[in-house]
Structure formats: C-alpha cells, structure tokens
Design a protein around this ligand. Structure first.
Ligand SMILES: [Zn+2]
Length: 159
C-alpha cells in the first residue's frame, strides 16, 4: 500500500515539540486529494483515527473510507501506527506522520486546530494551538517571554 509522509516546517519562537494533540484519537487530520483513477481533485477531507471502518469488499479496515465523487473509485487511508513525531527544530522540514493511502493521492496536508507545544523558557505546555490560522502568538507568563509559531509550511511526499 502506498505510504505518504507529512512534513511540516515552522519558525518556532521559544517553543519546541510542536505536534498534533491526541494524534491517535481526537486530532482531525485533513488533506486535499486527487483520485488515482480519474485524476479529479476532491474537496478537503478530514478524519480522526479514533475508530476504524470496514473496507467494503475486503476484510481490511481503515481510518478513513470514501468514494470518489466523480468516478466512485474507493479511497481509504490509515495513520501508520507510531509514526507521529514532534517538530523540535525551527525552519526545517520535519516528518510528522505517515499515512497509507489507497485509491487517492494526498496533494496537500492542511493543519487544523488542536496542536500542542512546549515552552523552551519554562515548563509551560501550550495546547489547543489553532494551526488552521497558520500562526500562533502567546505569552509565556512563567518564562516571561513571547512565544510564537509562524512561517508555517507543509508538504506531503510519497515514501
Ligand atoms: Zn475518481
């Protein structure tokens, strides 16, 4: 099954360990897709990995199942277990997760809300970071400093 890697880079100001919150249960993974059969682009889709769906016509399961709205080709996706990693570095493309995709090619990864990061100035953890807005600015009271996420970029590549 084709595996795709999602990578993210961001300018982290006094923050480290940026990652989706509850990636294996609650986090909403969102992608733009292209059908492998008819090549039509599909509207943004999203799914959590809290449950698995049965794949029609097979004994397998996936975290996400849908039919192409244009040609009815079946799409499915699953988060690869234990593949989620945090972004520690600043301004460098870092792999954050891997997904198995069948029937469709993910052309873009779209960050949604609910990310978490650790302050480098104190023991403060920031959660519910809304990366759908592409940037985040806060003040770390304990560390006495501004913290921010900016210059957000993502990419999806076939492994
Ligand atoms: Zn199609």
């Amino acid at each position: 099954m084709p595996v795709f890697e999602v990578a993210l880079s961001a300018e982290l100001n006094h923050l480290t360990a940026l990652r989706p919150q509850e990636p294996e249960t609650e986090y909403e993974w969102a992608f733009q897709l292209e059908c492998s059969q008819c090549r039509e682009a599909t509207e943004e889709v999203s799914f959590t990995t809290a449950h698995e769906e049965a794949l029609p016509g097979s004994r397998g399961t996936a975290h996400f199942v849908m039919k192409c709205p244009f040609c009815a080709n079946q799409f499915s996706a699953s988060l690869v277990k234990n593949s989620v990693k945090a972004v520690d570095d600043t301004d460098r493309m870092t792999p954050i997760a891997r997904f198995e995709w069948r029937g469709a090619t993910p052309t873009a990864f779209v960050p949604r809300d609910r990310w978490v990061a650790q302050s480098t100035a104190s023991a403060t953890t920031f959660d519910a970071i809304p990366l759908s807005e592409k940037e985040f600015f806060e003040y770390d009271e304990e560390g006495g400093t501004d913290v921010s996420v900016s210059e957000l970029r993502t990419e999806v590549t076939k492994v």
